[in-house]
Structure formats: structure tokens, C-alpha cells
Write a protein that binds this ligand. Structure first.
Ligand code: BES
Ligand code: MN
Ligand code: MN
Length: 454
């Protein structure tokens, strides 16, 4: 099988580049046709690879690309999930080459979606092709790729609830996360949840001359900044009452275990140009990312931001605020707490509106399962080193629903690196990682099928 990969490497790569040329940005209606084209492209490639019953399942938003290969109903079934939509590429001027004109430089594929998640989805398409060319798959396979992950997966949630029979499987397999480094494989065993809001603060009923009125009226931008600043205390704890009520407290032994992962604060600072580390008092960087909840402003605007100066007190100020959640917080609970608190801290002179956006629940995946062991063994075979379980800081909202709606655990067999700049300008994915994924996935299937027979 290694030789099939060797012989087809160039084609695999050039197919991926063709797919990356389609700007499948789900957040921006301007790309509507492109997102649909990316779904069609995937459908065709799956059919060519030997997948059966490939279809575009319509939703209220972008279609879900489904396919399966059922070789024997009595054998276990792996359901592969991923997403073909990508984040907006703005700001374009910070890209060294255009985001939808992929190039390979220094062994890396530069394009929006190269790592998150088209490059990783495509590893599954090619791994499947490879298995089909080499005696077939060792168990049943279903695939389900959505086009709305980057905007919260709400239509996929509806689809999953309505299609439990179609999606019947034994385990979920996802490549949409990362490894510690190309020398040290790892498997993420936790994802954080999310509660996301837009807030609006209104002061006077129109923009005002800052001289004629300044000092005697609430400036909504000043007020918003003060409100936001008050959401953390001097130890960087979040001040929303009851926010930490349900946060799982890890034992000292579990914390020590978590902190055994290779991590250097020096390298961490260096890699993103920080002068010092920063975060919640009493926790390490690894813990701050993996097991602690956060609150961050994602954007803030209002007033005059054009050239030169304009002396004005704006009528309104806005911010987008997100909270990353950990077990056993829920997005409904935190959304309600945030809304209530944020409204309560507003001075009487302004009005505040909080509009919740999408949310998602945190998850922890088991390490004592046949599927986890299959993934760990597969990585050990292809990297020559045992993978380390890690707690990731990102979110994949549908994973918690796979558990709650389908009763299925997930294995996060991702191959990205933190340095791949996902969601940022110059996103890239290692050619090494792309091929390593294709090489590893068939081992997972073989190990899993064998493990389930015992
Ligand atoms: N693939 C990422 C999440 C991720 C990346 C998890 C790396 C772990 C390691 C996913 O596409 C993503 O960006 N999710 C969003 C959530 C979504 C609701 C917009 C996120 O984490 O911000
Ligand atoms: Mn992703
Ligand atoms: Mn993403």
C-alpha cells in the first residue's frame, strides 16, 4: 500500500490544490456559489474513490456531503466527519500569496483551508481510495462532510437529529485538530465549548459633538471598555457570578499528568512574539488552554475610525465577546449568566443589548476505547513514537452532539500544527502532514476492525 501512495503523491497533492482554489467561505454570502462548488467537487472525488451512495443532503444552509461503503452489516462502522467550508481570508493584504491560489513553499501548502479543514478531509478521501485499491476496507465506512462548521454547525445539528438511522455507526473519526509536532504525535482528547455574543451599548440618541456635550453624557465606547475591563479581576479570573460553578476540578494527579506534555513557555512566547506569558493565576499555559474557561473580545467598534481626527461621541458601541467552555459548563447556562451579568453592570445612563450567536458544548473523549487504541497504535506505527493525549483549546461544536444524539464517541485523529496559522493570514499545511495522514488512516481502520473482533 505504501507504494500506491508513493506512486500517486503528485496527483493527490494536485487534486487537493484544485479543491483549495475554490473559495468555500461559509460566513460570506458572496461565496455562496463557491461553497456549493466545493461540495460538488468533494462528491465527485468520493465517487471516483469508490464510495457508494454519495449524495448532497440538502439543509436550510449548505449541503452535507454523505457517502458510505457498507461491506458487511455485521461489521463495525466508522463515521468520518469533517468540513469543506473555510474561514474568511481577510485581511488579504497580509497574505504573501493569494489565499485561493495555493502554492507549495518550503514543504508547506499555503492556502485558506489547507489545514482547516480541506487538507485534512482530503487525507480521508485519498486514504479511502488507497484502501479500495488494496483489497478494500476492513470495516464499514460512512462519511459526512458539512459546509457550515465555521459558522456553528446549526443545520448539521438538525440533520443529525433527523437522520439517526442513516448515521448509525460505532465510532466517529475526525481529522480537524492537531499534533504537538512532527516529531511527537498526539491525540486531542478534549475540545472546549463556546458561548458567543454581540453586545451593543447605546448612549445618546445620535452622535454628538464631543466638545458641546463631552463630559456631561455617557460615551458608549468608554462605557463599553469599562464594562469589558471589569469582566476579569487582577488574577485574570472571570468575574461573572457563578461562571465557575460547574467547572470540573481536576485532581492534582490529573493536573500533573496533563502538565507532562512537552511544553516550553519560552518557545511559546517566542513563536507568537510575546514578551511575557499571560493568563489566569494559578494555572500553567497548558492548563489555561486545555482545562480552563476563557472570555475574550473578538472585535470592538464604534465612533470614528477613518483618517485623521473627528471630535465625536458616538451614539453606539459594539463588541463581539466569546467564552470558551470546559466540562461541565453548558453553553445555555453560560449564555444566560453572561447576558444577565452584562446587562446588570451597565450604568443607568446607557442601554445594553446582548445578542447570543452560536454555541457549542465542551467534550472529553475516552482514552480507554478500542478506537482510541487503534488511533494510538496507528500513529505509533507511522511516526515511530507513542502519541500523547492532549486537551485542545479549540471547538468543534458537533462532537458533543455525536455523543448526546447518536451515543457515539469521537477519535480526534488530527495532523495540523499550532503553527499552521489556521484562521489567520498565510494558513498552511505541511506536505509531510498531508501524506502522513493518508498513510496513518488505513492503519487506524485495520487496527479498529481487528480490535472490535476480539
Ligand atoms: N478545526 C477547528 C477547531 C480546532 C482547531 C480544534 C485546532 C482543535 C485544534 C474548527 O474548524 C474551528 O475553528 N472551530 C471554531 C468553532 C466554530 C463554532 C466557529 C473555533 O474553535 O473557534
Ligand atoms: Mn476545522
Ligand atoms: Mn476552523
Amino acid at each position: 500500500m505504501a507504494s500506491y501512495l508513493e506512486q500517486n503523491k503528485d496527483r493527490f497533492l494536485s487534486e487537493l490544490l484544485d479543491w483549495l482554489r475554490i473559495p468555500s467561505v461559509s460566513a460570506d454570502p458572496k461565496f455562496h456559489g463557491d461553497v456549493l462548488r466545493a461540495a460538488d467537487f468533494l462528491k465527485t472525488r468520493l465517487e471516483e474513490a469508490g464510495m457508494e451512495n454519495v449524495e448532497l443532503c440538502q439543509t436550510a444552509g449548505y449541503p452535507i456531503v454523505y457517502g458510505d461503503k457498507i461491506i458487511d452489516p455485521s461489521l463495525p462502522t466508522v463515521l468520518v466527519y469533517g468540513h469543506y467550508d473555510v474561514q474568511p481570508a481577510d485581511p488579504y493584504e497580509l497574505w504573501t500569496s493569494p489565499p485561493f491560489e495555493p502554492v507549495i513553499k518550503d514543504g508547506k501548502i499555503y492556502a485558506r483551508g489547507a489545514c482547516d479543514d480541506k487538507g485534512q478531509v482530503y487525507m480521508h478521501v485519498k486514504a479511502f481510495e488507497m484502501m479500495m485499491q488494496d483489497g478494500g476496507v476492513p470495516c464499514n465506512v460512512k462519511v459526512m462532510f458539512e459546509g457550515e462548521e465555521e459558522v456553528g454547525s446549526s443545520n448539521l445539528g438538525i440533520f443529525v437529529k433527523a437522520n439517526k438511522e442513516k448515521l448509525k455507526a460505532d465510532v466517529i473519526l475526525i481529522s480537524d485538530t492537531g499534533i504537538l509536532s512532527n516529531d511527537q504525535p498526539s491525540i486531542e482528547v478534549g475540545l472546549r465549548g463556546l458561548s458567543y455574543h454581540q453586545v451593543e451599548v447605546t448612549g445618546p440618541n445620535r452622535d454628538l459633538h464631543s466638545g458641546l456635550y463631552g463630559g456631561a453624557v455617557p460615551n458608549p465606547i468608554n462605557v463599553l471598555c469599562k464594562m469589558i475591563a471589569s469582566l476579569h479581576d487582577e488574577n485574570n479570573h472571570i468575574t461573572i457570578p457563578e461562571f465557575y460553578n460547574n467547572v470540573a476540578v481536576l485532581s492534582e494527579a490529573d493536573r500533573a499528568e496533563l502538565n507532562r506534555v512537552p511544553h516550553s513557555d519560552e518557545e511559546f512566547k517566542e513563536s507568537i512574539g510575546l514578551k511575557d506569558i499571560y493568563g489566569e493565576k494559578g494555572y500553567t499555559t497548558v492548563e489555561r488552554i486545555g482545562i480552563r474557561p476563557t472570555l475574550d473580545v473578538n472585535g470592538i467598534w464604534g465612533g470614528y475610525t477613518g483618517e485623521g481626527a473627528k471630535t465625536v461621541i458616538a451614539s453606539k458601541a459594539y463588541a463581539k465577546i466569546s467564552m470558551r467552555l470546559v466540562p461541565h459548563q453548558t453553553s445555555d447556562e453560560i449564555t444566560a449568566l453572561f447576558q444577565k451579568h452584562f446587562e446588570s453592570i451597565a450604568p443607568a445612563s446607557v442601554t445594553v443589548k446582548v445578542t447570543p450567536h452560536h454555541g457549542g458544548e465542551p467534550v472529553v473523549t475516552p482514552t480507554n476505547s478500542v478506537a482510541y487504541q487503534a488511533a494510538a497504535d496507528a500513529l505509533e506505527t507511522t511516526f515511530g513514537k507513542k502519541p500523547i493525549p492532549t486537551r485542545g483549546g479549540g471547538s468543534i461544536p458537533i462532537v458533543a452532539m455525536f455523543k448526546s444524539e447518536l451515543g457515539l464517541d469521537t477519535v480526534l485523529l488530527g495532523f495540523g500544527l499550532d503553527s499552521d496559522a489556521i484562521h489567520s493570514p498565510n494558513e498552511h499545511y505541511g506536505v509531510f502532514n498531508f501524506f502522513k495522514g493518508i498513510e496513518t488512516i488505513p492503519h487506524f481502520y485495520r487496527n479498529y476492525a481487528a480490535g472490535m473482533q476480539k
